[in-house]
Design a protein around this ligand. Structure first.
Ligand SMILES: [Zn+2]
Ligand SMILES: [Zn+2]
Length: 352
């Protein structure tokens, strides 16, 4: 355990205490609650523009939260490192080249590298022929302008992926360890019928904002008969609830939100208002995809993160009449077997 003087770490960590900025990054890579809260800090649209390897999940797994000083980027509450993230390759390489030049000029005077800037790549040794340059390999990506988006993405990854770990201070424990993906797994309680009921209670007030059933893309049609507790609900609400969404009112509008991946979906985007006279607009209205609206890593839809099936599949099983479920299971040992196999393979893959 590190002792970082600037971060007063509570000796008995997390759980009941109120979420402080510090505790979000206190070193508990096994703690789901902290991971989810770190994820919730990533609000800038920037994160959706970055390739998957640089999405907020990858930063949050390494203890980073979104910085709040107006610059786009991340900070670590534990080692107090912060980093600006420039997602435009050409701007980034200009910034790097500029930084190199200023490093060049102060090279003779001072020689202690660990600034708070986008440093991290200073791998200790100061080779006299090569000053501390980021990625000082022979193949220097910073000399190149990207010819297209694909290349720009590749270069961005080359720059930032190593910084997810090396951007932390030398002594920061997040530098060498990250939260396992399966920590994000939904607890069994979230996949139960009572939990579905509580999501439905938040969804009922936004029923009027939901698009028609034909405008909603669902993962699987509802079973023919539902548990009695669900029968009074509009089937669209049940579908939305099974898919992990809660509802909320935003002024006089309705939104769906996921408390795991923090996606918020404005329902007005999927509904053409009946009083508006625009037939043309109506054609453009997309359908509301209950799966695709979650972030790709969300355990509600990602069976690998959830270890086995996606979250919604577990809830679906919970609302399926017992008879069907049993019949399916009895007649389908192969499927069960392959599911276990998938799980085993997956665990092997994740716990490298
Ligand atoms: Zn750190
Ligand atoms: Zn989600």
């Amino acid at each position: 355990m590190p002792s970082t003087p600037s971060t007063p770490r509570p000796s008995q960590s997390v759980g009941t205490e109120t979420p402080t900025k510090q505790s979000l990054s206190s070193f508990a890579p096994w703690d789901r609650d902290q991971l989810v809260r770190r994820l919730s800090t990533f609000k800038d649209v920037l994160w959706s523009q970055l390739p998957e390897e640089l999405c907020e999940l990858e930063w949050a797994r390494r203890g980073w939260v979104e910085r709040e000083d107006g610059k786009k980027g991340v900070k670590c509450g534990l080692c107090v490192a912060d980093m600006e993230i420039i997602w435009d390759w050409n701007q980034l390489r200009e910034a790097v080249i500029e930084q190199r030049e200023s490093q060049e000029s102060i090279k003779e005077t001072a020689q202690n590298g660990d600034g708070i800037l986008e440093n991290g790549t200073s791998n200790g040794t100061t080779d006299s022929s090569h000053p501390e340059l980021p990625l000082s390999d022979a193949d220097d990506v910073y000399s190149k302008e990207a010819i297209d988006d694909l290349e720009a993405t590749t270069f961005l990854q080359a720059h930032y992926v190593p910084l997810i770990s090396s951007g932390h201070a030398m002594k920061c424990p997040w530098r060498t360890r990250r939260t396992d993906l399966t920590v994000l797994r939904l607890p069994p309680a979230s996949l139960s019928l009572p939990s579905l009921m509580s999501r439905l209670s938040t969804l009922s007030p936004i029923l009027a904002f939901l698009p028609d059933a034909s405008q909603i893309t669902i993962p699987k049609p509802l079973p023919e008969s539902l548990p009695t507790t669900l029968q009074d609900f509009d089937p669209r609400l049940v579908q939305v609830g099974i898919s992990g969404w809660s509802g909320s009112l935003l002024g006089d509008k309705g939104i769906l939100k996921c408390t795991t991946c923090h996606r918020r979906v404005g329902l007005w985007l999927f509904k053409s208002t009946s009083e508006s006279n625009d037939d043309i607009l109506k054609l453009d209205v997309e359908s509301l995809d209950l799966i695709a609206e979650h972030k790709s890593y969300c355990p509600w839809i990602n069976g690998q993160v959830q270890s086995g099936m996606a979250g919604w599949e577990y809830v679906y099983e919970a609302v399926e009449p017992r008879g069907t479920l049993k019949r399916n299971r009895d007649g389908n040992d192969d499927e069960k077997e392959s599911r276990f196999k998938r799980l085993r393979d997956m665990l092997k893959g994740i716990k490298r």
